[in-house]
Design a protein around this ligand. Structure first.
Ligand code: SAM
Length: 222
């Protein structure tokens, strides 16, 4: 249950020095301008973070994962990469949390540039749709923590869930779809399948994937 992991009472109380020691050598040397900008929600085994780490070496990123053992595995994986590649992988970390409950405890308004929801659990039954990680209500929260122009990336191999995520995003006044041209030039889009453990599994089995990539906008006034 949630009582097994600590949750910061507010984003300013989220201690980054333990997560990114090279960026914050001590607790009192925390540079307030340096903030987490990318969040991988339900990061699983951390493949996406590891690929993004070297693509955006100055950007702080965090994976959020609810399973204890999986979180510990990702922590160890990152520490091992830091040891074998001095100076690299200092910008990624992971936290054990329930992202459906605590996003506003970790990020302040407009802080994030990218949020990832890659191969989330489908929760097929209608009565369980409220447990889906993309929903109209949770999109309000994501719109709050994303800066204007920030991007939400979603992908799944479950067509019904893909349609659901796209519909939630399309119907939300604070998001608009990226154009085909924008998707083609965004280097991150290519990683959604290739860098994630789930994406690799789907590719091995010759499965199809369904993505929806949307930008946080200022809603137009009618
Ligand atoms: N994104 C990874 C990938 O593409 O390889 C993992 C996908 S896996 C199917 C979904 C992950 O979301 C699981 O690791 C699960 O533990 C995590 N998860 C589910 N609900 C969560 C929640 N409320 N908060 C944080 N993580 C959650």
């Amino acid at each position: 249950s949630d009582s097994h992991f600590p949750v910061p009472v507010s984003p300013s109380r989220f201690d980054l020095s333990g997560h990114y020691p090279q960026f914050f050598p001590s607790y009192d040397q925390v540079d307030c301008s340096k903030k987490i900008r990318f969040a991988d929600i339900g990061c699983g085994f951390g493949g996406l973070l590891i690929s993004l780490a070297t693509l955006f070496p100055e950007t702080l990123m965090i994976g959020m994962e609810i399973r204890d053992k999986v979180t510990e595995y990702v922590k160890e994986r990152i520490l091992a990469l830091r040891m074998t590649n001095p100076g690299q992988y200092q910008n990624i970390s992971v936290v054990r949390t329930n992202s459906m409950k605590y996003i506003p405890n970790y990020f302040e308004k407009g802080q994030l540039l990218k949020m990832f929801f890659l191969f989330p659990d489908p929760h097929f039954k209608e009565k369980n749709h409220r447990r889906r990680v993309i929903s109209p209500h949770l999109l309000d929260e994501y719109a709050y923590v994303l800066g204007i122009g920030g991007i939400i990336y979603t992908i799944t191999d479950v067509e019904e869930l893909g349609d659901w995520m796209k519909a939630c995003l399309a119907n939300h006044p604070m998001f608009e779809a990226l154009t085909r041209e924008e998707l083609e030039v965004d280097p991150v889009v290519k990683l959604l399948n290739s860098a994630t453990e789930e994406g690799q599994k789907v590719a091995r089995n010759g499965g199809q994937t369904f993505q929806a990539v949307y930008r946080r906008i200022v809603p137009s006034v009618c």
